[in-house]
Design a protein around this ligand. Structure first.
Ligand SMILES: [Zn+2]
Ligand SMILES: [Zn+2]
Length: 341
């Protein structure tokens, strides 16, 4: 018996990501209204301050970053510390080994935690200058890690809420330096390089120009940044922050651009928190890896991706890599645009 046709009207629209080539499904037939994504009951992930491992200021010997080098133990606001349970540790440069048909390499690298002082105040509720500090520490720690020749890529990410994988509720970000270029970054770089060879233009600059004109997925704009709901959003209410100035590397962002990056990050997270009642989310940076020369990844355009935890990957998503989103990015953008922050 052939598969049964339920309706002649298409139940969904498949969209392809211009950079990765990934397909996503926007399920128009089972689409939900933006209000359906608002967190109903507040399952607050909040650990007690007395049991919080991030309350103490580390001694300068252990500390990796202190503001202007003269932060005192009692007035610290931000610090970078080594992760107590690192996924990657410092060691000799990794060289691939074989084991029968397999290849493996030591997990050489760095794993640090960036902690802000307040036990509960997330980035969405921070002041502009506080978020600027965080951005600056990301850059400084990244540059410090890149001084090690074994490091090929530095990943910066932030998990907010237990659904997003945070095991400590106190706001913090993590930075991991890797001896390899991770697969998602490699794919993003490849897609950007392919587009550049075909069009002699940056794929992200092309998207930015189009999205600014189209306007329907544009959520926020300041001097140097745009916040968009991506055309091929993998999850409902996914956001992307793009610097308007073409730059391959986040660590090269200068002070006046950093103001805009901090503002765009704070506004994006505040809109999500305000509009959807503080959903859990992950955000991470995509930036060019270490190259043979400065121009090697000149086609690339660094950016930040924010992924709210609005759905669980089940058999179809894991088996195919196609995520079904129950809201069109245009509707998510229209909803978030109107959230006052
Ligand atoms: Zn704490
Ligand atoms: Zn560009």
């Amino acid at each position: 018996m052939p598969p049964q046709i339920i309706s002649s009207k298409n139940a969904s629209e498949l969209r392809q990501d211009l950079v990765s080539g990934d397909w996503v499904a926007i399920a128009t037939a089972r689409a939900k209204r933006p209000n359906a994504f608002i967190e109903k009951k507040k399952r607050k992930f909040l650990q007690s301050k007395s049991a919080c491992p991030f309350e103490q200021f580390l001694s300068p010997r252990e500390l990796l970053y202190a503001r202007d080098g003269r932060e005192a133990a009692d007035d610290w606001w931000i610090q970078a510390i080594p992760n107590k349970y690192p996924a990657f540790t410092r060691g000799a440069c990794a060289t691939p080994h074989t084991a029968g048909p397999y290849v493996w390499t030591e997990g050489v690298g760095f794993h640090e935690v960036i902690i802000t002082r307040d036990h509960t105040r997330a980035i969405a509720r921070m002041r502009q200058d506080e978020v600027e500090q965080i951005i600056r520490v990301y850059q400084e720690r990244m540059l410090a890690m890149y001084r090690d020749d074994c490091v090929k890529y530095v990943s910066i990410f932030h998990n907010h809420g237990s659904q997003a994988g945070a095991t400590i509720s106190h706001p913090h970000s993590q930075i991991i330096a890797l001896p390899v270029v991770p697969p998602d970054v490699a794919r993003s770089i490849r897609g950007s390089a392919d587009y550049f060879h075909q069009h002699t233009a940056c794929v992200h600059c092309a998207m930015i120009a189009y999205e600014r004109k189209a306007g329907e997925r544009l959520i926020y704009e300041n001097d140097y940044c745009l916040v968009l709901a991506p055309y091929a959003s993998k999850t409902a209410f996914e956001l992307r922050i793009f610097p308007k100035k073409h730059r391959a590397r986040f660590e090269e962002v200068v002070a006046e651009e950093r103001v805009s990056v901090a503002d765009a990050l704070r506004v994006s997270l505040a809109k999500l928190a305000g509009g959807l009642n503080d959903p859990d989310y992950n955000f991470f940076f995509h930036t060019a890896p270490v190259g043979a020369g400065k121009e090697e990844f000149g086609h690339y355009h660094w950016h930040i991706e924010i992924i709210p935890k609005t759905a669980i990957w089940a058999g179809f998503e894991i088996g195919t890599g196609i995520e079904i989103s129950a809201i069109a990015p245009e509707d998510a953008a229209a909803f978030l645009k109107n959230i006052k922050v």
